[in-house]
Ligand binder design. Structure first.
Ligand code: ZN
Length: 598
């Protein structure tokens, strides 16, 4: 009886275990309620303390600490008794095995060790200090882990995922991480080098990996990404807008509800920091899917294909360049309208400012697609007067009564201008189309954003019909359009390059730009996606639709109602065009000085 009892007993009575796992025969891992980890090991036959220490800890120097952990070992190890070896003393590989046996959901990833907090009941909560101790060797590293995971407090909840960054990890854990990928370098600093040259460049790598950390999991409802909410982050702006690409208030709110339901969130206004928000795969933008997912691969291939077509044509002072300027809406179509601010009025004013700057300071040939009555110069007032006299400058002109006809006639007009230029042997890369708009998105969003034409959404043949169209020269010249696959891909690339230059100029002028994905190749609305018509059917290779700001955002709306802001926007647009054609920075400075002196 005595012998049997001794066999089951430990050398010393341990604190109550929260968890015990058998690693292999003779080796049991225990986690006690104080969150201390030990390996309980029985000595091999004839194994003394030193040999025991060497086997489990790598060398004999741990013998003393082992003896101490077992209440002192005076007369050698007894067979049939398990001795406790503190986790911190274990040799590296054994330490990792022990951790893996206790934390089965943990993963070794490129950026560090991904630890999923286990639930051991109220009395045995994991805390950051212990997590820090287990994986970095010292509890004192917990503030760094807390910062890395953007946690505002130390309280951990079961199921929460913590990343222990590579540089903090004990060598034992660092050794089992996959090698770091090269692209994990700081991406935010990459574009600056390009900008500084001021010369001809191609677009920055558009297929850059996601800046945000997502984990991918699966349950019976399907695959989903997990994003842990950081301090101050809201479900709609930091999850829905960022990862699903939805921007319209209705869409954002509907998807926020869907995501909340999927994530078990009952109150969207009170989500704890670090909460694991689940985003179903079908809602994710392709770039946020796991690497190798078919939809992400397809997206990356498309981005890579168009990225080969940056602008290589230089035109100092925009000489020989035709700029087709368009302002959205007008006439009966006010566009977005908030608190008496009509999109049609304000984007028109910015357009005439752009035209004025281009005609005054550059050699560009500027053609506008619309005119408001006889007003062709900027208005010298902040809040603009109402007008519905906009017409599209086709032959004959079209007084805008129907929004869709107004839009379609713009691309018929642009295509006609492009055809004329081609007949005169103008380089196709020296024609640009720029449409100015202002958004009405979720009110949390601010700043400028650019749409470029997605090559994959412009297939087929398209044309309108009806008397309004049939009466116009531009329509009669070519009632139908279709584009080759090559020209669509090239157009996407050139347009992206142009969009990139425009947004850089906006940032230089401290004008707000969307934080997430400021260049978009399509509109996502409800479950549909499409390219705006004015780009979709437009034959000009480099073409963008620039949303100057978001009218539903109060600050954006207030600023747009000032001359100073609209002039700044116009200035930025002109600088963006100059940069696209490789105009050196100093020429931009001259332009700025000239404008300031005016
Ligand atoms: Zn618009």
């Amino acid at each position: 009886m005595l012998l049997l009892a001794a066999f089951a007993l430990l050398a010393v009575a341990p604190p109550r275990s929260a968890m015990r796992v058998e690693l292999e025969p003779g080796l049991v891992v225990s986690l006690d309620e104080g969150q201390e980890i030990h390996l309980e090991a029985a000595p091999l036959e004839g194994e003394g303390l030193w040999a025991f220490s060497r086997r489990l800890c790598g060398d004999a120097s741990a013998s003393e600490a082992i003896a101490e952990a077992n209440g002192g070992i005076s007369r050698g190890l007894r067979s049939g008794v398990r001795y406790r070896v503190p986790y911190r003393l274990l040799r590296p590989e054994l330490m990792v095995s022990v951790a893996r046996s206790l934390f089965a959901e943990d993963k070794a990833r490129e950026d560090g060790w991904h630890h999923t907090v286990r639930g051991f009941g109220e009395l045995a909560r994991e805390n950051l200090w212990r997590v820090s101790q287990w994986f970095t060797g010292s509890g004192k590293n917990f503030p760094a882990i807390r910062a890395h995971n953007r946690l505002s407090e130390e309280e951990l909840v079961a199921g929460q995922m913590l990343v222990v960054p590579r540089q903090l990890l004990l060598p034992a854990f660092r050794a089992v991480l996959p090698p770091p990928a090269l692209e994990t370098a700081d991406l935010s600093s990459a574009p600056q080098g390009v900008e500084a040259t001021g010369g001809i460049h191609s677009a920055t790598d558009p297929a850059a990996p996601s800046r945000y950390h997502l984990d991918y999991q699966k349950d019976r409802k399907g695959e989903y990404a997990v994003y842990r909410l950081g301090p101050g982050e809201a479900l709609y702006s930091s999850v829905v807008v960022r990862f699903t690409g939805r921007l319209l208030a209705d869409d954002v709110n509907a998807l926020a509800k869907e995501v909340a339901l999927r994530s078990g969130i009952s109150d969207v206004t009170d989500i704890p920091v670090g909460y694991r928000v689940k985003i179903p795969f079908e809602l994710l933008l392709p770039e946020h899917l796991p690497a190798g997912h078919p939809r992400r691969s397809e997206y990356e291939a498309a981005m890579a294909a168009s990225a080969r077509f940056g602008n290589q044509v230089q035109a100092l002072g925009l000489s020989g360049v035709t700029v087709i300027l368009d302002a959205g809406h007008g006439g009966a179509d006010s566009g977005a309208s908030f608190a008496g601010v009509w999109e049609s009025l304000y984007v028109y004013d910015v357009m005439v400012r752009v035209r004025h700057l281009l005609e005054t300071y550059t050699a560009a040939n500027v053609i506008v697609t619309v005119q408001d009555g006889d007003r062709t110069l900027p208005e010298d007032r902040d809040v603009l007067s109402f007008s519905r006299r906009h017409r599209v400058l086709t032959t004959p002109p079209y007084e805008i009564e129907t929004a869709a006809i107004g839009t379609n006639l713009r691309w018929y007009l642009a295509n006609s201008i492009y055809r004329q230029r081609r007949k005169k042997k103008v380089d196709p890369k020296k024609v640009l189309f720029l449409s100015l708009h202002a958004d009405s998105l979720h009110p949390s969003l601010r700043g400028a954003m650019v749409y470029v034409p997605d090559a994959r959404l412009r297939g087929g043949t398209y044309g309108r019909s009806g008397p309004v169209y049939a009466a116009r020269k531009e329509y009669k010249e070519a009632p139908k359009v279709s584009f080759s696959s090559h020209s669509r891909v090239q157009s996407e690339g050139l347009s992206r390059d142009l969009a990139d230059d425009l947004l850089r100029a906006f940032r230089r002028h401290k004008l707000a730009v969307h934080k997430d994905k400021p260049i978009r190749e399509k509109i996502i609305r409800r479950r549909q996606q499409y390219v705006p018509a004015v780009l979709r059917y437009n034959a000009v290779p480099a073409k963008v639709l620039l949303e100057l700001c978001n009218l539903s955002n109060e600050k954006d709306r207030r600023l747009l109602q000032t001359r100073a802001q609209r002039q700044k926007m116009a200035q930025a647009v002109v600088e963006g065009l100059l940069a696209y054609y490789g105009v050196p920075q100093r020429e931009l400075e001259t332009l700025r000085v000239a404008e300031a002196a005016r």
